[in-house]
Design a protein around this ligand. Structure first.
Ligand code: SF4
Length: 379
């Protein structure tokens, strides 16, 4: 790593601090059902013991929020709540966590008539009252629709960047400085670019780095390295997560991979420039409490195995665990799948083909893959 890190301000999160020259914090996220207190507390504790400085937990309902009260009693981990559409649950859960993560692209679903600026002000008040930090978590699959309209889908990097900068401005205007930002994409090149641009404009704001839906190891680790090692080497980034599609008992691998990335950046072991995806690119989410069927991780592995015969073709298949990010994250893929409770949605080139039972989806996927290969004259 260059000795010089960006001069970000320090943001306290429970017992640690992000930014301000503090050691880079490696994070992870629970993939258990949040309402399953026992399993979630055990996973949070295991991740903290493995070295996670912050453990994130998805909370969508009041039942999830109630579970957090007991989870808090059972783990020493610094906890972050992951909010999606139901931002109001922040008030119920904030007493039990150290950080609130909200996604600007998800502040439009509830109370659509209320300006997002009011919602951010409300979240900042909740955070203040309960001694919490905030992360503004911008994600390529759910960018603020107004920003996408302004910049067009072809320039979603700019839309992501402008969305993050606007939220910083609003938080600044409220006098709330205890926040960090993340700008995640499933394409490492775009993560590199958009984080560089953000850091140039707001070198004071701590950045949480990550490649979203990086997928299964070892490919998922390689993708994450391609973006995060150069950024950290340039002094950009104060905390990170390596999002891997692995079963619950292997979640600690996210921490091990994260530590290796920090070590590689410090030692100047930069990924080679020709390390990009050449053939079939499979992106898959790391799963979380919202996953709609426990079979998701197995499905991602089966998709990889069933499509190995197409490894040389420059195509992308996205496999997602639920409807929260599934529809958006599969838009740009050649083939996209996202899980429902008893069926899997299948999309080709952004269009929904249909919903298929779990035991039929691989056959349908391969048929569509063969059709794409034939239509494009790839074989
Ligand atoms: Fe969780 Fe759904 Fe995102 Fe997968 S797609 S990580 S299940 S919210």
């Amino acid at each position: 790593m260059t000795n010089k890190r960006n001069p970000t301000r320090a943001v306290a999160v429970g017992s640690i601090a992000i930014g301000g020259g503090h050691p880079i914090v490696v994070q992870s996220m629970c993939a258990t059902k949040t309402a399953d207190v026992e399993a979630t507390a055990a996973q949070a504790e295991a991740l903290a013991r493995a070295g996670a400085g912050v453990v994130r937990i998805a909370v969508d309902t009041r039942r999830d929020a109630q579970a957090l009260a007991t989870i808090r009693e059972r783990t020493q981990a610094n906890l972050s709540v992951d909010l999606q559409e139901n931002y109001r649950v922040a008030a119920d859960v904030a007493p039990f966590v150290d950080k609130i993560r909200y996604n600007p692209g998800h502040l439009f679903h509830h109370e659509s008539e209320r300006p997002w600026q009011d919602k951010v002000a409300w979240l900042a008040d909740v955070a203040r009252q309960h001694d919490c930090a905030i992360r503004v978590g911008v994600n390529c699959g759910s960018v603020d629709p107004a920003k996408l309209d302004e910049h067009g889908p072809a320039d979603s990097d700019r839309a992501m960047l402008q969305s993050a900068l606007e939220h910083c401005e609003v938080l600044d205007s409220l006098g709330f400085e205890r926040y960090c930002v993340s700008l995640k994409d499933s394409d490492p090149a775009r993560v590199l670019e958009v984080n560089r641009r953000f850091a140039e404009q707001r070198p004071d704001v701590p950045l949480h780095l990550g490649v979203t839906e990086a997928g299964m190891p070892p490919e998922g680790i390689r993708k994450t390295c391609r973006a995060l090692v150069p950024l950290l080497h340039e002094g950009i980034g104060d905390t990170l997560r390596v999002s891997l599609t692995v079963p619950n008992d292997r979640k600690h691998e996210e921490i091990e991979a994260g530590r290796q990335i920090v070590a590689d950046a410090a030692a100047g072991r930069l990924p080679s420039g020709d390390d990009g995806p050449e053939g079939l690119n499979i992106i898959s989410c790391p799963s979380c409490s919202r996953v709609q069927n426990e079979a998701f991780v197995d499905l991602a592995v089966q998709v990889r195995e069933a499509t190995r015969y197409a490894a040389r073709y420059p195509l992308t298949i996205a496999v997602m665990g639920c409807r929260v990010n599934g529809p958006g994250e599969t838009d740009d893929a050649d083939l996209g799948l996202w899980c429902g409770p008893s069926f899997v949605n299948l999309k080709r080139g952004g269009h929904l083909i249909g919903r298929f039972p779990y035991d039929e989806i691989l056959t349908r996927l391969k048929a569509e893959l063969d059709a794409i290969i034939a239509d494009r004259g790839l074989s």
